[in-house]
Design a protein around this ligand. Structure first.
Ligand code: ADP
Length: 306
């Protein structure tokens, strides 16, 4: 990738909090003009990664470059170009939503239209001071604050946490609008549907290390999945001999079975005759395309949600 196209470059990043190794040598790149989701279970190191990118935290080793600059040393140059949405706001507790946004917008040369932003995120009816807002209202205000200065790059930490489904959709629309306007977006999430819906590129991390990364379509591509539950430890060898070429079967968590490949009638009949021969009844049978959850399970042997 040409250098001009990289918004954030993370190389061998390591961060510890005392004896907790939050990041242990993480490397990946964020392409400019796209939405990149940093996906992983709680405790994976997502917030730590973006706090380093935002210049709030210095790494023990490794490096981060944002638009080619050092987030700590070059913070004055980066501040007008980078929008940040923190998990717990960083907003004055006695201020109301709209005055806060107008105040913040006044610091920027070319801010977004505050009235439009307020309408998009349904903040017009929020009269409470920040201290008294609901979790979802605080999130919406924090998102608005992150983008009002029309940054080139925004970091959103769990942007839709605590939002009801309707406001989550409005937040997702806003993020997609940012991309349409050429903004680079990096968001952290533990929600598969958020990553699959929004992200052009997904970076999956676990235990402070990279599990995999790539364009979302490529990660979830490669056919479908038939999953079912049955008793633990069933002999899969006879099923493998029945499956069509290219299909693979594995037991993930005990008692949870998945066949991956082109899921068609041949796969269904192979599973049926195998189960019949063993005298077991598969339960919770479902078919679908591979999801990011399946990708995580394949690569770590664990469920993303656990
Ligand atoms: P995520 O955002 O993926 O949930 P975090 O980056 O918040 O993960 O945390 C990564 C690891 O570092 C976890 O084990 C977490 O408990 C630990 N951690 C995070 N912040 C601190 C802190 N301030 N002090 C001690 N440990 C921390």
């Amino acid at each position: 990738m040409a250098r001009a196209e990289v918004a954030v470059e993370i190389t061998d990043l390591a961060v510890s909090y005392g004896s907790t190794h939050a990041l242990g040598g993480l490397s990946f790149e964020v392409p400019a003009g796209q939405i990149t989701a940093l996906l992983g279970p709680n405790g994976a190191g997502k917030t730590t990664t973006i706090e380093v990118c935002e210049g709030y935290l210095s790494p023990d080793s490794g490096s981060v470059r944002v638009w080619g600059l050092d987030p700590v040393r070059d913070c004055a140059a980066l501040r007008p170009r980078v929008g940040v949405m923190l998990q717990d706001g960083g907003i004055y507790s006695s201020i109301r939503a709209v005055p806060m946004l107008r105040h913040l917008a006044s610091f920027y040369a070319n801010p977004l239209d505050v009235d439009d932003l307020v309408a998009r995120l349904g903040l017009g009816g929020v009269r409470a001071t920040y201290r008294r807002m609901s979790g979802g209202e605080k999130q919406r205000l924090a998102l608005a604050c992150a983008v009002v200065g029309r940054p080139d790059l925004v970091f959103l930490d769990e942007p839709s946490a605590g939002m009801d489904p309707q406001t989550r959709l409005a937040a997702w629309d806003l993020v997609e609008q940012l991309r349409a306007d050429g903004v680079t977006v990096v968001l952290t999430t533990h929600l598969i549907d958020e990553a699959e819906r929004l992200a052009d590129q997904v970076v999956i991390i676990d235990h402070g290390r990279l599990v995999t990364s790539g364009p979302t379509g490529e990660l979830v591509g490669g056919g479908g999945v038939l999953s079912f539950t049955a008793s633990e430890g069933l002999d899969l060898v006879p099923l493998r001999t029945r499956l069509p070429a290219g299909a693979v079967v594995l037991e993930g968590p005990p008692g949870h079975y998945r066949v991956e490949g082109e899921v068609g009638p041949q796969v269904l009949s192979a599973v049926g005759s195998w189960a019949d021969a063993l005298g077991v009844s598969p339960r919770d049978i479902s078919t679908g395309r591979r999801s990011l959850e399946d990708v995580f399970l394949d690569l770590t042997g664990r469920e993303l949600r656990s």
